[in-house]
Design a protein around this ligand. Structure first.
Ligand SMILES: Cc1cc2nc3c(=O)[nH]c(=O)nc-3n(C[C@H](O)[C@H](O)[C@H](O)COP(=O)(O)O)c2cc1C
Length: 185
């Protein structure tokens, strides 16, 4: 699939078919997450593949979103925080989140390319997720991703914000583009 097609095809799916995804496809999607920029090339995200039914049930309860429990696989994305904070100080707290987001986007787009679907879940009780997956206190849980095959194509496409609503020129809020200077070569 072409990148542009994948970007447009990805969407949040909250109803999955019974058919179980091939875990190899999920590993491939996680593999794509390695190719993201990282401050000081220090790779902070980690991905936990969860397939055990009792753990999926507990994680779904932690999200308070029942559809999460219908997935055959869940990926929980965490961040290792210690090294960048030691190296760069408190500003690295933001960077760790940026890095998780960048890695997650690669992961989600590769899932889409593989014909799989997911939904980014950030609403959860972190303590329960940590207890369920033996995650220590110094690690942060970034998000939860139930994975499956889309049950049916949603009938309507969610409206996406227009380019002219997110783009400014030269200063915040300026929507008009000045004629660009011409440079002689
Ligand atoms: C940081 C973040 C947190 C989200 N948390 C949830 C969530 O807890 N539950 C949920 O159903 N969707 C969640 N979503 C998915 C959004 O609702 C969804 O991306 C948005 O409505 C746009 O739809 P689309 O992904 O189909 O383009 C989250 C998305 C992001 C980026």
């Amino acid at each position: 699939m072409e990148l542009d097609h994948v970007l447009r095809a990805r969407r949040s799916v909250r109803k999955f078919k019974m058919r179980s995804p091939d875990w190899r496809d999920i590993l491939e999607a996680i593999d794509s997450a390695r190719f993201t920029p990282m401050a000081g090339n220090n790779y902070t995200p980690r991905f936990i593949l969860v397939s055990e039914a009792d753990k999926i049930k507990k994680i779904a309860a932690a999200t308070q979103q029942a559809f999460v429990g219908t997935a055959k696989y869940i990926i929980v994305v965490c961040s290792i925080r210690e090294r960048p904070i030691l190296a760069y100080g408190p500003q690295a707290e933001n960077w760790i989140k940026h890095q998780a987001g960048a890695a997650i986007q690669n992961f989600m787009l590769k899932l889409t390319e593989k014909g799989l679907s997911t939904c980014w879940i950030s609403h959860f009780v972190e303590k329960i997720v940590k207890e369920t997956l033996s995650i220590s206190d110094d690690i942060s849980v970034e998000a939860v991703f139930p994975i499956g095959y889309e049950f049916e194509k949603p009938k309507t496409r969610k409206a996406k914000i227009e380019l002219n609503s997110i783009l400014y020129f030269e200063k915040f809020g300026e929507k008009r583009m000045k004629a660009l200077k011409r440079f002689d070569v």
